[in-house]
Ligand binder design. Structure first.
Ligand SMILES: Cc1cc2nc3c(=O)[nH]c(=O)nc-3n(C[C@H](O)[C@H](O)[C@H](O)COP(=O)(O)OP(=O)(O)OC[C@H]3O[C@@H](n4cnc5c(N)ncnc54)[C@H](O)[C@@H]3O)c2cc1C
Length: 277
């Protein structure tokens, strides 16, 4: 299938992108890796009047340490993250392997995934888990939005039509973090994804955070305070059951609500065990 007609524009820096988006109006869209947008255009799920291609913008493809934190440029591909050695953030390269297939990971971008706002996206789930900050640039400059406030609903985010995601900032390392998921075929989007982060001391949980994908219109933070609990399989299993009891997932062709609840219990327990290991 071919997309409906649109005009094509290429931007060579962020300011030019913002200016073009302003000129072309709210029906214009940024084109990054094209791995979601082009498919949606082919299926007429998206019908932008114009595309602003940002793939030639130099200097937005990086993974940079800032003290303890990590900054990822919007045009960094999934594959670049998959190949990186990110001390304290090993959960990111590990999770990259769940994203689609190799060619998709070579073209799809970190910023594109965040801007697209799919509730099952590994980067969206991990941005919420690790309390990342999304840096947006628009006509009046930059603003920072916590990932916990960035995702508004099905493919809806805090990004305004004349703004661009330029960077994703992860404030602190998470050596005990993991993401796991289930999909019917390798490379498909997750039916349910579960991510967990722990702080541990003497085989006891100090702090915990659990985030789910695929159980609602945006990544869902589970209410789970495991502080003081032993780092054991029993704790992880109970936390999985507690997480499943909190969600009311949708039913669709990939699985019923009840099936997704069962997946939630299993995957949360698995993510916690992996995070603790
Ligand atoms: C078969 C298949 C399987 C896939 N499986 C997975 C998977 O398992 N997990 C997963 O997370 N993804 C998956 N994807 C999607 C893939 O990860 C995409 O790369 C990603 O969703 C979007 O990144 P992109 O750079 O391709 O963005 P594009 O497709 O170019 O753009 C997506 C949307 O974001 C907007 N946008 C892009 N960049 C910016 C920016 N910097 N600022 C503001 N707006 C921007 C665009 O206007 C568009 O609305 C899959 C794709 C396919 C085709």
């Amino acid at each position: 299938m071919k997309p409906a007609a649109f005009t094509y524009h290429r931007a060579y820096d962020v300011n030019e992108t913002i200016a073009l988006l302003g000129e072309l109006g709210p029906d214009a869209k940024i084109l990054a890796g094209g791995q979601s947008l082009v498919a949606m255009m082919n299926f007429r799920l998206a019908r932008p009047s114009a595309l602003v291609d940002i793939t030639r913008i130099a200097g937005l493809d990086y993974q940079r340490r800032d003290g303890d934190g990590l900054h990822i440029g919007a045009l960094t591909t999934h594959r670049a993250v998959e190949k990186a050695k990110l001390d304290g953030f090993a959960v990111l390269p590990k999770a990259a392997r769940w994203i689609g297939h190799y060619p998709i990971r070579c073209r799809g971008t970190f910023g594109g995934s965040i801007a697209h706002g799919d509730a099952t996206s590994e980067w969206c789930v991990l941005a919420v888990l690790l309390e990342a900050v999304i840096v947006l640039q628009g006509p009046t400059g930059q603003r920072e939005v916590p990932a916990t406030e960035f995702f508004h609903g099905f493919f809806m985010t805090a990004t305004e039509p004349d703004e661009m995601v330029v960077e994703i900032r992860f404030p602190r390392p998470a050596p005990h973090a993991a993401l796991t998921e289930f999909s019917q075929r390798k490379g498909d989007f997750a039916v349910v994804a579960a991510a967990a982060r722990l702080d541990l001391a003497n085989d006891e949980v100090l702090t915990s955070r659990i985030v789910l994908g695929g159980v609602g219109p945006k990544p869902v933070v589970v209410d789970a305070d495991l502080a003081g609990r032993p780092a054991t399989e029993d704790t992880w299993r109970a936390a999985g059951e507690a997480a499943a009891a909190q969600v009311d997932p949708p039913s669709d062709g990939h699985g019923s609500s009840a099936y997704r609840k069962k997946l939630t219990a299993t995957l949360v327990a698995r993510a916690l065990a992996e995070a603790a290991a």
